[in-house]
Ligand binder design. Structure first.
Ligand code: ADP
Length: 251
């Protein structure tokens, strides 16, 4: 569902990803962990096409995200291609980024109606179902500012799922929340994980969540994958001293 082939990303002289390879199978839930600055967010931003690669290719759902074919040649993807691929990718950010002037229901129906062209009634029906899944069936008419941070984040999850993406990207989605609200959001995601076969790629410092929900955890250090293992194994038998040191600092 996701494939990075020899992906290079630089910021000036800083080589953040140096020929990075990894793949995520359909339905797999993969968590990226590692020290700050190791390139985890850059990977999500590349998938969201908020950044462009300096080398290599990225595929999502079998389709090339980074390049399009022009005759015999592969050329960097244009904005039209990126818009199409982006529809298949849902993202939830640390700062919920809801539309402040729209009620909860409208926040969830807006993109399905205006980007996918879904009929309004159908979009509303689906939004109601999703808001029920995230435990907010009684908040359809609230504005974001009337909700707690945890509730806003749950709306953001429903909004991302409303696009029926192939892939859900989660970037530190609980780090702006108090522990209790963070737990609420993680419970909702556990439910989503249990009841859907959506492919998830998460960056998180919430190790319990990584352990409970992921099939694989990738430990990053300076843009490289140091370990790639099922969570149980990584947490109980880390291979590298760097991983042990990192785990000690977050557990
Ligand atoms: P992580 O998510 O693991 O903390 P990031 O992907 O945010 O790491 O950052 C990896 C490296 O890329 C860091 O050295 C960071 O300073 C650099 N970086 C990230 N985004 C930018 C940017 N927009 N401009 C310049 N450098 C950046």
């Amino acid at each position: 569902m996701i494939r990075f082939d020899r992906v290079v990303k630089r910021f000036g002289a800083n080589v953040v990803l140096d020929e990075l390879d990894f793949a995520v199978r359909p339905g797999e839930r993969v968590t990226l962990i590692g020290p700050s600055g190791s390139g985890k967010t850059t990977i999500l931003r590349l998938l969201m096409t908020l950044e462009r690669v300096d080398g290599g290719t990225i595929h999502v759902g079998g389709e090339c995200l980074t390049h399009v074919r022009r005759g015999e040649r592969l050329v960097p993807a244009d904005e039209k291609h990126l818009r199409e691929v982006r529809k298949r990718i849902g993202m939830v950010f640390q700062q919920f980024n809801l539309f402040p002037n729209m009620r909860v229901l409208r926040n969830v129906t807006e993109a399905p109606v205006h980007v996918l062209g879904l009929p309004v009634q159908e979009a509303r029906q689906r939004a109601r179902e999703l808001l029920e899944v995230v435990g907010l069936a009684d908040k359809l008419d609230a504005y974001p500012a009337q909700l707690s941070g945890g509730q806003q984040q749950r709306v953001a999850i429903a909004r991302a799922l409303a696009m029926r993406p192939d892939v859900l990207l989660l970037d530190e989605i609980t780090s702006a929340l108090d522990p209790e609200l963070a737990a609420e959001v993680l419970d909702v995601l556990r439910d989503v994980a249990r009841t859907s076969d959506i492919t998830m790629l998460c960056v998180t410092h919430a190790m319990k969540f990584a352990r409970d929900v992921s099939h694989r955890v990738l430990m990053f250090d300076r843009g490289r994958i140091l370990e790639d293992k099922p969570p149980q194994e990584l947490f109980e038998r880390p291979e590298h001293e760097r991983t042990r040191r990192f785990l000690r600092s977050v557990l």
